[in-house]
Design a protein around this ligand. Sequence first.
Ligand code: FES
Ligand SMILES: [Fe+2]
Length: 349
Amino acid sequence: MAERTYPFNTWYAVAWDYEIAEGRLLPRRICNKPLVFYRKKDGTAVAMDDACWHRLAPLSKGKVVNDNVVCPYHGLVFEPGGRCVHMPSQETINPSACVRTYPLVDRHRLCWVWMGDPALADPNLIPDLHWNDDPEWAGDGTTLHLKANYLLAVDNLMDLTHETFVHQGSIGNDAVAEAPFRTTHGPGTATVTRWILNQEPPAFWGEQLGKPGPVDRWQIIHFTAPSTIALDVGVAPAGTGAPEGDRSQGVNGYITFAITPETETTTHYFWAANRNFDIDNQSRTTIWREGVRKIFAQDEAILESQQQAIEANPDKTFYDLNIDAGGAWARRKVAEMIEAEQATMRRAV
Ligand code: FES
Ligand SMILES: [Fe+2]
């Protein structure tokens, strides 16, 4: 069997907050495990295995009654903690009758699940994506269902050189691939910083800035292992001090990504495009969202064909170039998380 590429002891985004609704069962596979989600009357979101204790019928095909889940097959009832509280035709309830539940937290417009050891599920470990719901920022996003391993999506975002080739005409131009970049890393994090100085902006950024002339453009990729990215992007008129920290003449966006393995070869890719200028303009919010959606459709096409080529060439391996430094650090941080988990499991047996 192929090795698992994702850790369990981490928070994964599983849905947008509005997707998990009171009284409605949402099935979704996370880390190759079928789960079911719903909200209680008090608004708290619940995650449990989507398989009944009795005969494994999917609970998501059942219903919610008074905050409890009723199995669609023989009517066993499970409370939000996963314990069975009703069995048909018998008064005593088998004390082992329960389904596993998972810590689930609402944060930054997303719901986050912890698939691993619940004793370690500290909500403070949820990565900072506050741009998604900060009143000083405006934006919106959606989900891409990607038929590719989640780390291919991380690789793609950790090296924006591909913009020149995959996104030529919108955000990509030759200047991106030619500009130098710097990679740094910390515990569980990696950052790639690229400044493209004194160049004509690509079409999208020229329109956002609304001023003619060359620009200083930045792309700062903040990665938190295993798969969350906050991408700080923008342009300012060339020479107005943006590289030194004065962005007041420019325009800034934060594109956030929470990338969750569905299986080893499919991914839930939650993204939002936020900006801190003209924030009351809903039309611009929609234009950004739709523009970014088109850009990510180009990534989707290349990543899915890459996944197919990987499966067709199981004897081949990847080679790393200079441009892969950020992605290589990201993969190393993920490998460290998986190794740490496996070491703990070995100690436990
Ligand atoms: S399978 Fe759920 S009650 Fe029988
Ligand atoms: Fe891209």
